[in-house]
Design a protein around this ligand. Structure first.
Ligand SMILES: [Zn+2]
Length: 248
């Protein structure tokens, strides 16, 4: 994928749910005890969508995690390092419950207006905060406001991360209305979509049970970003989806 980048405006993202592997019946005779983990969802074969939540962990993250757990749905959280530091218990839980963690800077500056050293520091401090909270480091970068340029792409490459934007947004931060968020999300949902949402918007968290049930009812597996982009063979520094006008 080309890394010819100029300034880029973000699009909106979707999230995917995943169908959990069913626990084996307890009565199944135990042969060679190959632990049967939830089978990975193959998004080239089944309908997937990735719900992504930016700027958190927000204060409603626990409720959101409860909902995702109840419906066996996975999501991706693009965390702000300062909140990973102040709410580490949510970060730990996200990782433990199979969600994907991404880096969304430490204090949410516009990277296209930041000095390279400041960008590196924002990314590194967030990697460190997430690692401290959950024991894992993000492998995906979503720059604040979805804004990136060649410098941001080069720095993402240094950190060995692709830049992940979104295919559509729920516009939750603008509407702050449960019905509107649900309507918009279902409207923009599409196979292998990456949907932008925010877990600091209470109405988003309130709408989630209904959104998840509806998406699953339409046959979607709610999975992580890495699940939906698996076939894209993204390299560090790549931007996905490629913004309109950037293809070459
Ligand atoms: Zn953000």
């Amino acid at each position: 994928m080309s890394r010819q980048l100029t300034s880029l405006l973000a699009i909106a993202a979707v999230c995917v749910a995943l169908a959990p592997g069913q626990a084996q019946a307890a009565t199944t005779p135990k042969k060679a005890a190959t632990p049967k983990k939830a089978a990975a969802v193959d998004c080239s074969q089944v309908k997937c969508i990735a719900l992504t939540f930016d700027d958190g962990p927000g204060k409603y993250a626990g409720t959101l995690l409860d909902t995702l757990k109840k419906y066996d749905a996975k999501a991706t959280f693009f965390l702000e390092g300062q909140y990973a530091k102040s709410r580490p218990q949510f970060v730990k839980r996200m990782a433990a419950e199979g969600h994907e963690l991404g880096n969304h800077s430490y204090t949410h500056p516009d990277f296209t207006k930041s000095e390279p050293a400041a960008i590196r520091s924002e990314i590194q401090k967030t990697q460190d905060a997430v690692k401290k909270a959950a024991g894992v480091e993000p492998k995906l970068l979503r720059p604040p406001y979805g804004l990136a340029d060649l410098t941001v792409s080069d720095i993402a490459a240094e950190f060995k991360m692709p830049i992940i934007l979104w295919t559509a947004g729920s516009e939750d931060w603008a509407s702050k209305n449960v019905e509107a968020i649900k309507k918009k999300t279902l409207e923009v949902a599409k196979p292998n979509g990456i949907i932008l949402m925010h877990d600091w918007v209470k109405q988003t968290v309130d709408a989630m049970p209904s959104i998840v049930k509806s998406l699953q009812g339409k046959g979607y597996h709610l999975v992580t970003v890495s699940d939906v982009v698996k076939g894209e063979n993204l390299e560090a520094g790549d931007i996905f989806p490629v913004p309109a006008g950037w293809e070459n």
